[in-house]
Design a protein around this ligand. Structure first.
Ligand SMILES: [Ca+2]
Ligand SMILES: [Ca+2]
Ligand SMILES: [Zn+2]
Length: 339
């Protein structure tokens, strides 16, 4: 039996995921009492799922806003779920989103409206995908949610910024129970948390799916070039505005840092897990030239996928940290540092 399970509690509603050859396939969404639901959609998916899972991304937004019948929308959504990299294993949805009704139909339950991580498990109990229901931005009050201090974005402080500098849409509520939720093949929620308020839970996280997708594409590019990547360490991911004003990387603490918008990460490849960049270019030294290998991979990724264009910065080691590359998806090209 396969299920939707919210972290920390089981939900008595079933979703039938079956493994078919190399691809796993949504065959039928059923309630736990066995009554068939969305049968038409299930049939359409059964025939088209393999192609859908390997096809290029269609934005989830489009899939859930265009007027389709259920089967078409289901196909389009599954098409979009795994991202351009094919490596995403979680998606976010604001609690207030009207698009959630699509998922409630798909899952035959209103459980997805509950805040948190909803795991879709297959018949072996393995989690195949997670839908993360997030808090709306407006739930932040006086610069905090609960006892976790977040601060204020520039748009909340009398400055009118649009586009990439608009306020985030919402926050993932991260708890000790769900912090290890995988968001993609190589990354989990905890990788991107602000490094502050150690004892305070829940914490809140802004994380753009396009960033995770781009990081996976960069890893894929590195591997194409012969660099095995078992572990890409995120030195700094999301930074709350409050933290950004007081901490963070040397030189990267701009008042409009992309880290506040959940679309930036400072990363290095660390297969040997010693907390420092590995010798990617195999010249016997670990320095900024190894971060340049990541830059080169990001250049190729942006050429193939212009919609994840953004900033890349190359940083040398200091007494506080090893060399690393900053990668973001701000929507326009930016380069800085030791290029
Ligand atoms: Ca290392
Ligand atoms: Ca090197
Ligand atoms: Zn950075």
């Amino acid at each position: 039996m396969s299920k939707i399970i919210s972290r920390g509690r089981r939900i008595g509603r079933a979703l039938a995921f079956c493994t078919v050859a190399a691809a796993w396939s949504l065959l039928a969404a059923r309630r736990s009492d066995g009554s068939a639901r969305t049968a038409e959609a299930a049939n359409a998916v059964a025939s088209g799922v393999t192609a859908a899972l390997t096809a290029p991304i269609t934005a989830l937004h489009d899939a859930t806003t265009r007027a389709h019948d259920d089967s078409e929308r289901l196909l389009a959504t599954i098409d979009s779920l795994r991202g351009r990299s094919g490596k995403l294993v979680a998606r976010q949805m604001p609690r207030s989103s009207k698009h959630l009704s699509f998922f409630t139909r798909l899952f035959g339950d209103t459980v997805v409206r509950a805040l948190g991580v909803h795991d879709l498990t297959d018949s072996t109990g393995t989690t195949r995908f997670a839908l993360i229901t997030i808090r709306d931005f407006t739930e932040k009050q006086d610069g905090r949610i609960g006892s976790y201090r977040i601060g204020f974005w520039p748009n909340e402080q009398g400055e009118a910024y649009g586009g990439a500098y608009a306020n985030p849409s919402g926050f993932i509520e991260v708890t000790p129970e769900n912090m290890n939720t995988a968001v993609s093949k190589h990354f989990r929620l905890s990788d991107f948390l602000t490094h502050d308020q150690k004892g305070t839970w829940p914490k809140y996280l802004v994380l753009r799916e396009d960033l995770v997708d781009k990081l996976e594409l960069v890893i894929d590019q590195l591997e194409r070039e012969g660099h095995t990547v078992q572990h890409m360490s995120v030195m700094s991911g999301f930074r709350t505005p409050q933290y950004n004003a007081t901490g963070g990387e040397t030189g990267g603490r701009a008042s409009l840092s992309r880290h506040m918008y959940g679309d930036a990460a400072d990363v290095f490849v660390d297969n040997d897990r010693d907390g420092r960049m590995d010798d990617l270019n195999r010249d016997g030294r670990v320095n900024h030239r190894d971060a340049q290998v990541i830059l080169d991979a990001a250049e190729k990724v942006e050429r193939r996928h212009p919609d994840v264009t953004g900033g890349v910065g190359v940083y040398k080691a200091t007494s506080a940290h090893g060399p690393f590359a900053h990668v973001d998806v701000r929507g326009y090209r930016a380069r800085w540092g030791l290029l």
